[in-house]
Design a protein around this ligand. Structure first.
Ligand code: ADP
Ligand code: ASP
Ligand code: MG
Length: 419
């Protein structure tokens, strides 16, 4: 039997009527002759509520219990989806991660897949079940504890199942009808893309476009999964949505293909650090050990007069998620107290956002940075930190200018039109 993976995100299973609507889409594919693996998220808002309960109960929570709690939202929707399908005379059953069993690492709240054995689900298809409804976002560790894959992880569950079961396609049903040139909630000029290259989608996702979890795109790229994003609220067919595919399969090639943003960033600066070999290691080592995800880094070397003797000093600036500032501060203050690093001051700016432009065309075109900086300057947006790679340029700016910057860049690179 040909097999499809269909994933429904939180807003697509937000209540019983929406679960019905999603189940209708599944039934249609079964009638077309497919076996279907359905991956479900928790009802929208549920995971946030569960995270809130954990944080209220225990601020420095045990990550294993965090996972036990926050994974539970998906158990509810998996069962409800299976029941809804049964009511429609579609033979279906639900699977929690451990029942498959979806084996993951024991990195709680950020676990990675180790393996997805097919036997149990294949046996049920062989018995005549047409649909396996699998709870997204969760798995089981080698120690037998429930794990979760990080926020947005159901996308990754879907792609991993598509790879493990050699699915014809992995369809991600969500509340927008595809991948756009930027978040359509930020500008009405955002344009839906028919196709996007894996690498561009990977950059957009990792720079904040939450339409797909970064890891899901990585897996799709590695295992060559035909990955599609489409609307759960519209009638759809084989041509709907956006296909994430190889660069070679794309005709359109703009230099910049999308703008991404990440709202909750922070910038921290260690003021007047002695400039000597090993100083970066002494700073970023403790941060890594404390689990701080450092993103951009800049260092400004200058000279300082120490009573007649001139020494080289540096200001070291880095960015990290805003909710990790307290942890970063503690790690750096502890390192200072232990004599491992010396600095005069530690300044944090928690009102910044990151805006990025992405495009594989940048590999062969100069001038993208200049266009970007000019567009931001024209709107009076000050750039605090810059980072570039082969196919992206990111800037850190004041958060209050984030929407404005996204719109300005979307205009500057003429993303509203296809050519
Ligand atoms: P789900 O609950 O279905 O997983 P998410 O909320 O995780 O849905 O992701 C869908 C959202 O991603 C959209 O509602 C949209 O606001 C946002 N988004 C951000 N960037 C983009 C983009 N470039 N294209 C489409 N959607 C985007
Ligand atoms: N429910 C989880 C979350 O909100 C996983 C997902 O929806 O993909 O992050
Ligand atoms: Mg999502």
């Amino acid at each position: 039997m040909p097999l499809l993976v269909m994933k429904f995100g939180g807003t697509s299973v937000a209540d019983l009527a929406r679960i019905q609507n999603a189940a209708q889409k599944v039934k249609r594919e079964v009638e077309r002759g497919y076996d279907v693996i359905v991956i479900v998220s928790a009802m929208s808002g549920k995971t946030n509520e569960l995270v809130g309960w954990v944080e209220q109960t225990s601020p420095l929570f045990d990550a294993r219990e965090y996972d036990a709690v926050v994974s539970s939202g998906e158990n509810v929707t998996a069962g409800l989806m299976a029941l809804t399908l049964q009511e429609m005379d579609v033979p279906a059953r639900s699977w929690q991660g451990w029942q498959v069993p979806i084996q993951t690492t024991s990195a709680h709240s950020a676990a990675r897949f180790l393996s997805i054995p097919r036997e149990n689900i294949d046996a049920k298809f062989a018995e005549g079940f047409k649909v396996a409804v699998v709870a997204g976002f969760q798995g089981v560790s080698p120690e037998g504890r429930i794990t979760t894959l990080g926020r947005g992880g159901s996308d990754t569950t879907a792609v991993a199942f598509a790879a493990a079961f050699s699915a014809e396609r992995c369809d991600i049903y969500t509340d927008v009808d595809g991948v756009y040139t930027t978040d359509p909630r930020i500008t009405a000029k955002a344009r839906k893309l028919d196709k996007i290259a894996y690498e561009e989608m990977l950059e957009l996702a990792s720079l904040g476009a939450k339409v797909l979890q970064t890891r899901s795109v990585e897996l799709a790229m590695r295992y060559n999964v035909r990955l599609r994003v489409l609307s759960s609220f519209e009638d759809t067919d084989e041509t709907s949505g956006t296909l994430v595919c190889d660069e070679d399969d794309i005709m359109e090639s703009k230099v910049v293909s999308g703008v991404a943003y990440s709202r909750d960033e922070a910038k921290m600066t260690l003021v007047t650090v002695e400039d000597r070999p090993g100083v970066a290691a002494a700073i970023f080592g403790p941060l890594a050990e404390a689990g701080v995800n450092v993103d951009m880094i800049v260092q400004n070397i200058s000279e300082k007069d120490l009573g007649g003797r001139t020494v080289n000093v540096t200001d070291m600036t880095f960015s990290c998620p805003v909710n990790q500032v307290a942890r970063a501060r503690k790690a750096l203050e502890d390192a200072k107290a232990a004599g491992a690093i010396m600095y005069d001051d530690l300044v944090s700016d928690t009102d910044v956002a990151k805006v990025s432009v992405v495009g594989i065309g940048m590999r062969s075109h100069a001038g993208v940075a200049a266009t970007m900086f000019k567009a931001l300057a024209a709107d009076g947006v000050n750039i605090k930190v810059i980072a570039t790679s082969e196919i992206k340029i990111s800037v850190l700016i004041d958060r209050k200018y984030m929407e404005l910057a996204v719109q300005a860049l979307h205009d500057a690179f003429a993303l509203e039109t296809a050519n």
